[in-house]
Design a binder for this molecule. Sequence first.
Ligand code: PMP
Length: 437
Amino acid sequence: MTQRPESKLFYQSRRRRPLLDQARGVYMWDVDGKRYLDGSSGAMVCNIGHSNPHVLECMRRQMDKSSFGYRLHFETEPAEQLAQKLASLAPEGLEKVFFVSGGSEAVESAIKLARQHAVATGDSQRYKVISRYPSYHGCTLGALALTGYAPMTAPFDPMMQSMPKIPAPRAYLDGLDPEDEATGKFYADMLEEAILQEGPETVLAFMVEPVGGASTGALPPPKGYMQRISEICRRYGVLLIHDEVMTGGGRTGAFFAGDHWQVEPDILVLSKGLGAGYAPLGAMIAHERIVEPVLDKGGFIHGYTYAGNPLACAAGLAVIEEIEAHQMMANASSIGAELKAGLQQLMQRHELIGDVRGKGLLLAFELVADRETMAPLPREAGAFDKLVEIAYDKGLIIYSRRTRGGYTGDHFLVCPPMIATANHLDEILTTLDASLT
Ligand code: PMP
């Protein structure tokens, strides 16, 4: 192993990770030459694989011309073209694009746009943004206020106003059938109850991940849920915000996960799959009717220095070109279905797996002590850490989220890049099988 000096970096803990050397396609290598299959695309980011030649070439060309132009001084072609492209992909009417550098920034922007729209249209008593638990919407204080995950929010409680939350629909835990429309209605009606309880005149927006990400573990909504929450929002004048930070960019088999249910939010945000690991990039896309009153009343009071930076936007544009040129969304659907079937087979062989779920290539399995009760494994058993470690040792990277205080299950996201082939699936499933054994 290559000797390394004590690190001056710190993240969540002191644990050291291998030193990354290079990455190509679905594989990554550390400086000791060990190869890893990137079974989670980083954190569901590197959707089109690593070192894509077209993206690198477009970024190089842009860097040769200019790598930065401050948005208050210049418009740039990549930002303009990417905005046009995103508007053409977004649901009808969502035509106005605001660039940011990541998911949390995108969520902050959506909250602030919604609030400024309420003020501009004489509805300034509306300020509450309802969200769900468990959920994850980002680490900045505004996004954290909407995050339904106490282990992450509790330390900051006096510093932010926590917002009202309703349960995310976890039919598999409640013993309900997600294919039954009554299940979707059961959970969606909780939104109506919350709006009525808070006082509809005070409720600004509802924020939802169309397919749950790291929090619920790739959990798709039950039948009818998305349509019904959309109707409820319209009925009470509550803005609907889709957090597509993880789902946006094709991973679920559609460019926006909301497209699967033909619901049109007022605002949507995306990030991870847009920059796809090539650039820190995110976007908020809002309906014209939300943006125009704000611009008319003195402007949108919000902005980031790096917003719309031409290098990041050139990367984003090239990423979408590659997704389209190589039918990667269709691949995410078909290869995703195969991978899900493979995980279901693993579930038949390994009692430890209590549930397999997901859409497209946003997939997860959950470890349990008992399938009947879905009780998590006792921490002392150490199975969670062991599985991550063994898979890592065998050269497979999966994204793990351990249950904390019962907020989520012990789940693992299996989300390789959308360029994964049948051979890659075999490698993932064989390694998981051996690791679980
Ligand atoms: N929303 C969702 C649904 C996410 O999955 C994430 C990141 N995991 C965020 C927001 C925050 O994004 P970022 O980490 O880029 O700030």
